[in-house]
Structure formats: structure tokens, C-alpha cells
Write a protein that binds this ligand. Structure first.
Ligand SMILES: Cc1cc2nc3c(=O)[nH]c(=O)nc-3n(C[C@H](O)[C@H](O)[C@H](O)COP(=O)(O)OP(=O)(O)OC[C@H]3O[C@@H](n4cnc5c(N)ncnc54)[C@H](O)[C@@H]3O)c2cc1C
Length: 331
């Protein structure tokens, strides 16, 4: 009997279980695997406390677990070496990872090592019925057109944007199998040496989980005005979002970037201050329930998407909102 075709995912681990992006990857891999009559194989690296079994609920059939204290923190070169070996042994048709720090670092290394093609930041993946090729779809050419890319090499490799595919647990998951891989080599052999890990002083609220996102663009004018936006976000218990130019100017860290290069989010409320509404940004907020835009230009494209629009100076509105919220809170 010939072996089943495999769709492999590089799952990501927190300290105890897989991270949400892993369930999104597993869901999309399950769909692709059923279209090629294949199985889903998850590869996951993690510490000794990690239980990867929740992946089975999302359609993974088999898990290759690389476990050890050395894998608590990302070591991209080492992960890539081990993943390349697993790819060599398992010969999957498809290999997917999240377009996250881990996926965007490890998959290009695997692609380079094995001389494979790789499509980054896919927003849609489909199997072409005629030849079972993986259609890798992503915004291209200044993000104005959707390009459909087909790999010439196998495995067909893609990273997918977190938050684009929804994770769906199976109603009746099959019983999966965990195979532990002992790290094959001297762990010090990587080319990178990590000297220390410094936790963020106050971890920012995750954009993915936030019900309210207060976001700012170049219209805020400077970093000082941007800090008013952070203040408003804190008062509302929301997360801070930003456009790409603002991140490039260093007004806020890259974790706040929303859009085609940043996060795709679905908050209940998205407040956009001084944001023009370029498609590269708005593609990331299509799932927002209510969008409120503040912009001095009545023709700004953001107003076409906004539920409520305010033609006004962003700083003035921010100051007024902060003042009012402080009054309400009795501060
Ligand atoms: C390949 C590629 C990928 C990209 N990916 C992303 C991405 O992921 N995310 C992203 O955001 N961008 C991305 N961009 C950039 C994107 O094309 C836009 O340039 C960017 O979103 C614009 O940012 P902005 O709205 O802050 O600035 P601008 O477009 O300059 O808009 C500033 C707005 O502020 C308004 N304004 C000015 N003064 C005030 C004031 N006092 N009060 C209120 N409003 C005011 C202006 O009227 C204007 O509408 C990408 C571009 C490319 C080419």
C-alpha cells in the first residue's frame, strides 16, 4: 500500500501547550490534507512541560515532538536543521508555518538548506483539483493584486498570516500519535549563541485578543502625540495599533503593526487616529465590528470603511477623550 501524502505544519509552543496560531495552521492543513487524501503531521519544539496533544482536536494525525530545555526559547538555526531532517525523512507534499517570528525565521532557512521555493504571508491556500498542486495566494505588487503562486519544488512551502484562518476544532477528532524525536546533535553546534532573554517590562496586550484597539498613523504628527494614544488605550483597557510608517519611525514597536505586513485583527472596536486608510492597512481590520476614524481630510479613504467618521484633529480628540474618561473614572 502506498504511503499517504502528508501536509506538515510547524506548530508553535507556549510553555505548556501549542499557541493559537498552531490551531489555525492545523485547521487549514486538515482541509488541504482531505483534498489530497492525506494526513496532517505536526512538528513542534518545546520544553519539558509541553503537552502538544490539543493539536489532535484540530485535525493533526501525528505529532513529531522535539523536547528539551534547549527548546524553551527559539533557536532558529537549530530548529531549521532539525526540521530539514524531518522533512527529508517524511517527504511531505506541503509544509506550512505561521508568518510569525518563528515561521518567518525558520522556514526560509529550511528553504535555503533544501533549495526549495517558499511563499510568505499567504492569505489563502487551495488545492488545484486537476493536479493537486497547492495554490498559494497572497497580496502582491504593492499589495494591489492577489497573486496565485505554485511551487516547482516539494514540499510546497508557505507561511500563513496569523488570524486569517479561523481555528476549528473537529467534532470527533481521531486519536493521534506523538513521536518524540531526541535532539540529534550537539546543541551547541548552532551558529547563533543566545546570551540572555529579557522579558518585556510590561507585556503589551495582544492585538489578536484585544476587544478594543486604539490605532494611530502619521497624522498624529510625532511620538509625543502617539503616547496620548497609548494613554487612551490604557484607559479603555485596549491594545495599541499602528500603521507601518509609524512603526518604521519608532513611535511604537513592530508588535503594534496592523495590516498586510502586520497583524490581521477582529476587535469589537477599532479607533483610527490620523490613519489614511491605505489598503495595506485596512486589509488587517476587515474583521473589526465597529471602526471609528478621526482624520482632518474628509476625503481620506478610511472614511469609506468607517462606521463613524470624525473630521477633526487627532490630538484634540485624543485629549478630549482622555479628559472625559478620567472624569468618569474619578481620576
Ligand atoms: C508592500 C507594502 C506593505 C505594506 N504593509 C503595510 C501594513 O502592514 N500596514 C500599514 O499600515 N501600512 C502598510 N504599508 C504602507 C501603506 O501603503 C501606507 O503607506 C500606510 O498605511 C499609510 O500610513 P498612515 O495612514 O499612517 O499615513 P498616511 O497615509 O500619510 O496618512 C496620514 C493621515 O493622517 C491624516 N492627518 C494629517 N494630520 C492629521 C491630524 N492633525 N489629525 C488627524 N488626521 C490627520 C491625513 O489626512 C492622512 O489621511 C505597506 C506598503 C507596502 C508597499
Amino acid at each position: 500500500m502506498s504511503e499517504k501524502a502528508k501536509v506538515m505544519i510547524l506548530a508553535e509552543a507556549g510553555s505548556h501547550g501549542p499557541l493559537p496560531v498552531s490551531f489555525e495552521l492545523a485547521t487549514v492543513a486538515r482541509k488541504l490534507a482531505s483534498d489530497i487524501d492525506g494526513e496532517v503531521l505536526g512538528v513542534i519544539f518545546g520544553g519539558n512541560e509541553l503537552d502538544p496533544s490539543p493539536l489532535f482536536r484540530y485535525g493533526v494525525d501525528r505529532i513529531k515532538l522535539v523536547r528539551g530545555t534547549s527548546f524553551v526559547h527559539l533557536k532558529d538555526d537549530l530548529y531549521a536543521q532539525i526540521l530539514s531532517e524531518v522533512v527529508g525523512e517524511e517527504r511531505p507534499e506541503i509544509l506550512l508555518a505561521g508568518a510569525t517570528s518563528l515561521g518567518l525565521s525558520v522556514l526560509p532557512r529550511v528553504a535555503a538548506a533544501l533549495e526549495l521555493g517558499l511563499t510568505a504571508h499567504c492569505t489563502e491556500l487551495k488545492i488545484r483539483p486537476e493536479d493537486k498542486a497547492l495554490l498559494q495566494i497572497r497580496p502582491s505588487f504593492g499589495e494591489d493584486v492577489m497573486a496565485v503562486i505554485v511551487s516547482k519544488t516539494k514540499p510546497q512551502m508557505a507561511t500563513v498570516r496569523p488570524g486569517v484562518f479561523r481555528a476549528r476544532a473537529l467534532e470527533s477528532p481521531t486519536e493521534g500519535r506523538i513521536e518524540e524525536i531526541s535532539p540529534p546533535r550537539d546543541l551547541s553546534s548552532g551558529i547563533l549563541e543566545i546570551l540572555s532573554h529579557l522579558p518585556l517590562e510590561a507585556p503589551p496586550q495582544s492585538l489578536q485578543e484585544a476587544r478594543i484597539v486604539v490605532a494611530g498613523g502619521l497624522g498624529l504628527g510625532n511620538k509625543e502625540n502617539f503616547s496620548l494614544l497609548k494613554e487612551l488605550a490604557a484607559l479603555l483597557g485596549g491594545a495599541v495599533g499602528a500603521t507601518r510608517p509609524v512603526v518604521e519611525l519608532g513611535w511604537v514597536g513592530p508588535e503594534a503593526m496592523v495590516g498586510v505586513t502586520g497583524e490581521t485583527i477582529s476587535p469589537r472596536l477599532y479607533l483610527a487616529f490620523g490613519i489614511s486608510g491605505a489598503v495595506q492597512h485596512t486589509v488587517g481590520i476587515k474583521g473589526a465590528e465597529v471602526i471609528v476614524a478621526v482624520n482632518t481630510d474628509p476625503q481620506a479613504p478610511i472614511f469609506k470603511l468607517a462606521t463613524y467618521g470624525l473630521v477633526a484633529d487627532a490630538r484634540e480628540v485624543l485629549l478630549a477623550l482622555i479628559r472625559r474618561l478620567r472624569e468618569i473614572k474619578g481620576e
